[in-house]
Design a protein around this ligand. Structure first.
Ligand SMILES: Cc1ncc(C[n+]2csc(CCOP(=O)(O)OP(=O)(O)O)c2C)c(N)n1
Ligand code: SF4
Ligand SMILES: [Mg+2]
Length: 362
């Protein structure tokens, strides 16, 4: 098979030099990568969000996920428009501004069989949606939650968001003197169990991180730096393409091995680490820092702080805790989707209600 080279184009879809190969290559469930696309993107040409869409498509294709078993969630913003651009055959629900986390909590409650993926923005998540976001992670609601982080409200023409770095300048020159909310730090603190950071332009790192998040059961938060080329790509911005590229600080190179592939990995003693996910898939971490262990919460928080102090963006799998049960397990929620329960179970007989009421009166 010929070597495939990917280029990003404004449609958000991967553009193959050898289109024939890509269109014919099928995954384990007999779908091509094209089957994971959605409608054409309406975002600005070169927007980082479109590059993330391409990684999402790649991750679902590579993991052979059935798109009809997926539910796509979002809020409001350019970022929140992106679920329309991937997995056209999946279910979807576009919430009001900042309410994607509440929606994810509800979706987990009524149907545990669907695979939830949410795409939100830094405004949607870290400002109007912050309270809901914190409680969703505290409950360890099962979701792959991608924040397309550009440091601005792109859809409303580039105001600073709560993730804009102190000292960063707006396109018109205005200085931000507020400290930034670091979403990875926040996620670790509030109980998320899979926390990663990446860059929209690094598909090699981002796609396996998304695959890992899909295989994880619990709140998987991916803070993805995603330059807004229209309102936040100038000199003086710390979320411009140039600044981000110059200040990435990756902690690992990653390989994802799905549960259905029985691949032996050659380890480099001391620098490679394998993480087994809930569905049996594995992530192999080729450590760029030999002493970094993503299961160590205090080390993860300290590493984020150290990177921020140097104006760097720590990327990779920053924190992982497979031990906490997810929200549905904690609540002992029913395995069958509520919509599929029969009338006999949804409407208990009068005698049973009397029994329940009597129990409550004790
Ligand atoms: C309740 C409410 N308040 C304000 C708005 C206006 N509004 C729309 S999108 C948005 C911010 C979007 O920023 P972000 O989530 O970072 O997404 P981006 O466009 O940058 O991808 C705002 C404030 C709204 N739609 N609804
Ligand atoms: S305004 Fe910014 S975030 Fe929105 S589509 Fe354009 S480049 Fe992307
Ligand atoms: Mg934004």
């Amino acid at each position: 098979m010929g070597r495939r080279r990917l280029q990003q184009k404004s449609s958000g879809k991967p553009d193959y030099e050898d289109k024939g190969v890509a269109e014919k290559k099928v995954n384990r469930i007999n779908l091509t990568e094209k089957d994971y696309e959605g409608t054409p993107s309406t975002l600005c040409r070169g927007c980082g969000h479109d590059a993330i869409t391409a990684s999402v498509i790649r991750a679902f294709f590579d993991s052979s996920v059935d798109p009809r078993k997926v539910v796509k969630l979002s809020g409001i913003g350019c970022s929140s428009k992106t679920p329309a651009y991937f997995l056209g055959q999946a279910f979807g629900f576009n919430a009001v501004h900042g309410r994607m986390s509440a929606l994810a909590t509800g979706a987990n409650g009524v149907n545990r069989t669907l695979i939830p993926i949410g795409v939100s923005g830094d405004g949607d998540t870290a400002a109007i949606g912050l309270g809901n976001f914190c409680h969703m992670m505290r409950r360890n609601v099962n979701i792959t939650y991608i924040v397309e982080n550009n440091g601005v409200y792109g859809l409303t023409k580039g105001q600073f968001s709560a993730t804009a770095d102190k000292g960063s300048r707006m396109k018109g020159g205005k200085l931000n003197d507020m400290p930034a909310i670091d979403l990875a730090e926040l996620a670790i603190t509030f109980g998320a169990t899979y926390v990663a950071r990446s860059f929209s332009g690094d598909r090699k790192q981002l796609a396996p991180l998304i695959q890992g998040a899909l295989a994880h059961k619990g709140s998987a938060i991916l803070d993805v730096l995603s330059p807004c080329v229209t309102f936040n790509n100038h000199e003086g911005s710390t979320k411009s393409l140039k600044y981000i590229r110059e200040n990435l600080d990756p902690i690992q190179d990653l390989d994802f091995i799905p549960y259905y592939e029985n691949i032996e990995v050659d380890y480099k003693e001391g620098t490679d680490q394998e993480v087994t996910l809930h569905d049996g898939s594995r992530i192999v971490l080729h450590k760029l820092r030999s002493d970094y262990d993503p299961s160590n919460k205090m080390q993860a928080l300290a590493a984020i702080h150290a990177a921020v102090a140097e104006g760097k963006f720590l990327t990779g799998l920053i924190y992982y805790d497979p031990s906490r049960p997810d929200f549905a397990e904690q609540m002992n929620l029913c395995e069958t989707p509520l919509a599929e329960l029969g009338q006999d179970l949804l409407q208990p007989p009068a005698e049973l209600l009397d029994e329940i009421n009597a129990e409550l009166m004790k």
